[in-house]
Design a protein around this ligand. Structure first.
Ligand code: E4P
Length: 231
């Protein structure tokens, strides 16, 4: 499963892209509205930083407007994927945009029935919002499992993108269920780093090594000689 970052913050993408684990990013109007500066510059910069698909969302409620906005957003950078909210108009716009060769992330999908329609409209990504389902007492695991199960036998090539992730277990669940992508906010990605045994293990290895200062000297020498060999 590929990991995307869900953010409108260039600084956050700069920090997390350096981990080497991000394959793309998703933005939405709410996330971009929190940021200072030109939204186009932000989207372009995120595209450069992640070097992969970056979703930028249309806001029109008419198919024609969505198509116009989608074409314009796609013109910002070759990595831009047009994010289109699920609706009748969104389906029509998705069909037109995908027929024109653009990639669409159909968002705000909350059921297998909606996912089947999004797939037929040609969406490259189908975003199911796990956190928002859990918020209203609907089991997001069951919904995502149903979406994956409904699309796979149909031979659909659309990728299921787990979104609205609120904690690391949402990400793990998405992977176990067979989602192709999960997009997580920086906070969740940082939480995924943490395990007390990892921290304790690193500390103990360091302490044991430092108890033998001559080993430190040996390793420094090894590093220096490997640099010489490479130069
Ligand atoms: C995904 O593409 C959306 O931007 C996002 O995951 C929404 O998350 P939220 O429900 O936390 O706003």
């Amino acid at each position: 499963m590929k990991l995307f970052i869900d953010t409108g913050s260039v600084a956050e993408v700069e920090e997390l892209a350096s981990w080497g684990v991000l394959s793309g990013a998703t933005t939405n109007p709410s996330l971009l509205a929190k940021e200072e500066g030109d939204p186009g510059d932000i989207v372009r910069r995120i595209c450069e930083l992640v070097g992969g698909p970056v979703s930028a969302e249309v806001v029109s409620d008419r198919a024609e407007g969505m198509v116009e906005e989608g074409r314009a957003l796609a013109g910002l950078h070759p990595h831009v994927v047009v994010k289109v909210p699920f609706s009748q108009a969104g389906l029509a716009a998705t069909r037109e945009l995908t027929d024109a060769g653009l990639r669409v992330n159909m968002t705000l999908v909350f059921s297998a029935a909606q996912a089947l329609l999004a797939a037929e409209a040609g969406a490259t990504y189908i975003s199911c919002f796990m956190g928002r389902l859990d918020d209203i007492g609907v089991d997001s695991t069951a919904v995502v499992a149903e979406i994956v199960a409904a699309l796979r036998p149909a031979g659909v090539t659309s990728q299921v993108l787990a979104a609205s992730l609120r904690h690391p277990m949402h990400t793990v669940t998405a992977a176990r269920l067979g989602c192709e992508v999960a997009t997580a906010p920086g906070k969740v990605l940082r939480q995924m780093l943490v395990h007390p045994l990892t921290e304790a293990g690193i500390e103990r290895f360091g302490d044991d090594w430092r108890a033998r200062p001559e080993f430190g000297t040996w390793l420094e020498g090894l590093v220096d000689s490997s640099k010489v060999a490479l130069s």
